[in-house]
Design a protein around this ligand. Structure first.
Ligand code: C5P
Length: 313
């Protein structure tokens, strides 16, 4: 008799992102907006474990876990089903359990759900020993959501199209950030809709050219980069959450070089001079009563990668 060997569970670490530059173009026939964006992956990470299991499903623990669906709408679960179908396995019964340990805020504008989906793709390709390249995974990732491919690659990258077309931006400089989590999340479609509404009513300011941001990054000087950070979704996020104006001011008053809304918000991200400055800004911001909690992070960091493959029991 031949016994099937059950492969050991695989754990993947995956980063949050901040958009250093987010230029939102026109709405497209598919409902998405054309973007030109610069992503940076930060050292605020979720961990996703995938394991062979008779009882398939998703478990979520940690930051905001009670707001994450665990059923068929969970994006990491959709990633499992998509990859299963792609390699000819049973997508309705993939015999996999996914455990997500969250540190990235839910509905926070840091692509936490997208990160978990990217991690599920990487974890499963290791668990199932698939011979599949990162570029092939990125094709699948783009079907799951605009931010999913970036979470696979991490580091710093230029995103175009819906944000899913990724070109790496080379650079060896580390930047130091403080992140302020708001009390509740914001829905990304609501923020894009609000921007469309603001643009129909008037002409909210638009971010400058992406080239300047790329030069700021390559200089490695956080003071230069701070002047160039910009996000077209910021006006919309602030319009839906006016308290963010106070948070943004408080971060700069606490000594940050600049503050922006991260993606569609409501998380705010503050660029600091160095690691020590970030710790000081975080402490002061935490005491200012303008947000739920603060985190210190640095970037760029790598994208989704396997950190453990446990030995079989
Ligand atoms: O791709 P994802 O599911 O993360 O996008 C969530 C929503 O954000 C989309 O349904 C759309 O309303 C909005 N969006 C957009 N343009 C983009 C990315 C997202 O309008 N480039």
């Amino acid at each position: 008799m031949v016994l099937a060997v059950v492969p050991p569970p695989v754990t993947v670490r995956v980063p949050a992102k901040v958009n250093l530059h987010l230029a939102v173009g026109d709405v497209r026939p598919d409902g998405y907006h054309d973007l030109v964006t610069v992503f940076q992956a930060l050292s605020l990470v979720d961990e996703v474990t995938v394991a062979v299991a008779d009882e398939p499903g998703v478990e979520v623990h940690g930051e905001g876990a009670d707001q994450v669906p665990t059923g068929a709408s969970n994006l990491a679960w959709r990633a499992v089903q998509l990859l299963a179908a792609h390699v000819g396995r049973d997508a309705d019964d993939p015999k996999v359990r996914v455990v997500i340990r969250k540190a990235i805020p839910v509905a926070g504008g840091m692509a936490g759900g997208s990160a978990d989906a990217a991690a599920a793709l990487v974890g499963l390709s290791s668990l199932w020993r698939l011979d599949i390249s990162r570029d092939e995974l990125a094709e699948l990732a783009g079907k799951l959501g605009a931010d999913v491919p970036f979470a696979l690659y991490g580091a710093t990258a230029l995103g175009t199209g819906r944000g899913e077309r990724i070109v790496p931006v080379l650079g060896r400089h580390q930047f130091h950030w403080v992140l302020a989590f708001d009390r509740r999340g914001l829905s990304t479609p609501d923020v894009f809709d609000e921007l469309d509404r603001l643009r129909a009513e008037g002409d909210p300011p638009r971010v400058g050219e992406v080239e300047a941001v790329l030069e700021g990054l390559s200089s490695g000087d956080p003071r230069q980069l701070a002047l160039l950070l910009g996000n077209d979704l910021q006006a919309a996020a602030v319009s839906l959450r006016p308290n963010l104006r106070r948070t943004l001011r408080a971060g700069v008053d606490a000594g940050a070089l600049a503050g922006i809304v991260s993606g569609s918000g409501p998380t705010t991200a503050f660029l600091c001079e160095d690691g020590d400055a970030a710790v000081k800004v975080a402490a002061e911001l935490a005491g200012a009563g303008v947000c739920r909690t603060v985190r210190v992070a640095h970037g760029p960091v790598p994208g989704a990668r396997v950190i453990t493959t446990e030995e079989p029991k």
